[in-house]
Design a protein. Structure first.
Length: 254
């Protein structure tokens, strides 16, 4: 629900972007503005504020938390929104400012923040208090935080992907990801950092059995295969990947 509201907010932004200070479009020199820009900007901000005021204060702060985390590459648990739940008016005003200042980048920041949240194992529908103060005390959670930051700071085309397809179920049973020239990640029951030699050995072993491997050079290409997964780490990685690229499953045919 939080992400859908964020997308709705972006749609509202897109409709009024030409009149906002951060807008990318401007009237050409030979076109007289149809409306006074100052008045149009004021109406655009009023529209955004009205939209935000329809949200619960906690939802507005969740959206702001995701935006800040995605923009700054921060751990969700340590983001400071600089406003409290008790001050709803300030929350809405700040969110309106976020929308106008970040303009076309707002949905990109939200996708990055959503990916960071999913990598950290955060359920967006949980109370905001449960997002905050989360620490990466053990090695596995530190690995998830590192993976989440890589995912948020990159594009889908920056990744190499190797998926192991189970021969009997035809579903993905293990996933390997590599960002640029950095080390590989692997996901099944646990998150791990396999060696190149270990990855090659495992692919050969699967080739001799009933499994097969698929290779992709983009997260977009692997996203559609991340259904009906087994393995906690694989499921968690799938949520983070789909969050990062803004993937929506195709509607079921009737």
């Amino acid at each position: 629900m939080v992400i859908q509201l964020a997308r709705d907010l972006e749609d509202d932004n897109r409709d009024t972007r030409g009149t906002l200070q951060s807008g990318r479009t401007r009237p050409s020199d030979d076109q007289a503005p149809a409306v006074d820009l100052a008045a149009a900007r004021a109406r655009a901000l009023e529209r955004l504020t009205t939209s935000l005021q329809g949200l619960e204060p906690e939802t507005a702060l969740k959206i702001r938390t995701l935006m800040i985390a995605g923009r700054d590459g921060q751990n969700i648990g340590v983001v400071d929104t600089h406003v409290s739940l008790s001050d709803a008016g300030a929350a809405f005003a700040i969110m309106a400012a976020d929308s106008s200042e970040n303009g076309p980048l707002l949905i990109e920041y939200l996708r990055r923040g959503h990916a960071l949240a999913c990598a950290a194992g955060i359920d967006l529908e949980q109370p905001l208090a449960e997002w905050q103060g989360r620490s990466a005390d053990d090695i596995a959670e530190r690995a998830w935080l590192s993976f989440g930051r890589q995912l948020a700071a990159s594009t889908a085309r920056d990744w190499q992907c190797v998926g192991i397809i189970d021969g009997s179920s035809q579903s993905l049973s293990k996933l390997y990801l590599k960002l640029g020239d950095r080390a590989w990640w692997s996901f099944h029951a646990m998150i791990d950092r396999p060696t190149v030699a270990g990855l090659a050995k495992e692919r050969k072993a699967h080739a001799r059995g009933r499994s097969r491997s698929i290779v992709a050079t983009s997260l977009d290409a692997i996203a559609g295969k991340l259904d009906s997964l087994h393995g906690r780490a694989l499921q968690r990685a799938a949520r983070a990947i789909r969050a990062r690229i803004g993937y929506s499953a195709p509607a079921a045919e009737h």
